[in-house]
Ligand binder design. Structure first.
Ligand code: FES
Length: 84
């Protein structure tokens, strides 16, 4: 079992169109800039559609579901997940 933070980004068509394409870019840039690529368990889910599509984009971090994630929120999530 890994103790790395697990970030799941929904790549279902609804979330993708609503902004997770850009959120993924924010996430990857953050990880790259800080050399954290190996410190995270990054999952791209084909579709998390468990009734959350309308509240997307959906991002899940260690079991906590974030909805309506825009690029600013995505950055907040990354900073919260990797403080300092
Ligand atoms: S497309 Fe992401 S929750 Fe449905």
């Amino acid at each position: 079992m890994s103790d790395k933070p697990r970030i799941t980004i929904c790549m279902g068509s609804s979330c993708f169109a609503r902004g997770n394409e850009k959120n993924l870019a924010v996430c990857e840039k953050f990880l790259e800039d800080r050399g954290l690529k190996d410190e995270v368990d990054l999952e791209l889910e084909a579709s998390l559609c468990t009734g959350n599509c309308a509240r997307g984009p959906v991002v899940i971090v260690d079991g906590r579901t974030y909805t309506n994630v825009d690029q600013g929120v995505m950055l907040d999530i990354m900073q919260k997940t990797f403080p300092g």
